[in-house]
Write a protein that binds this ligand. Sequence first.
Ligand code: FMN
Length: 193
Amino acid sequence: MTNASTGEMTPATSGVLLVLAHPALERSRANRTLAKTAKGLSGVTFKDLYETYPDFVIDIEAEQAALTAHNVVALQFPLYWYSTPALMKEWLDLVWLHGFAYGEGGEALKGKKLFVACTTGASAKAYHAHGYNRFSMDEFLRPLEQTAHLCGMEWETPFVVHGAAVKDDAALKAEAERYRARVASLLPTKTEA
Ligand SMILES: Cc1cc2nc3c(=O)[nH]c(=O)nc-3n(C[C@H](O)[C@H](O)[C@H](O)COP(=O)(O)O)c2cc1C
């Protein structure tokens, strides 16, 4: 894990921990474009879960240390079966433990922000009571929203790119700029840092 601004291997003590989960990033258009744009921001520590843990053997201590060291946790992923890709779920299951993230003595994430950035194949119209996915994105993201609540985190309005597969390069680039601005807005100002 490297800090984009300093190139140092030690974790930052503030800023955004941007955690990406995409099982085939080489074939991704949307998430690759978004991540490439946001990870260069000063104050963002970028972690690609599938690159770091291709065998799903997660270094729990290192992950907990990274979470502790940042003010904002950003989760970026393509929506797979209305949920996160498997490794991000595994990461949540193994790292966000009782006594660390929640429960007695579990206050490591308290007061931090949780920000979700998600891409979907289906259009925005589909994510509606009368659309073919029948529920809104807010509803599909409820498990993460409640996870934030349980851990005493502040839930940030999610960033969603719908119809990602059919967006042309210019449209994706525009989304990436919107994403970059949103991630930048989550970084502490100089006086807070
Ligand atoms: C296994 C799998 C499950 C998917 N499930 C959904 C889904 O539930 N809803 C949806 O809108 N798109 C779904 N998609 C489409 C992806 O979300 C879409 O291809 C992705 O967001 C595009 O981003 P990328 O270019 O970074 O891969 C799924 C794709 C795969 C491969």
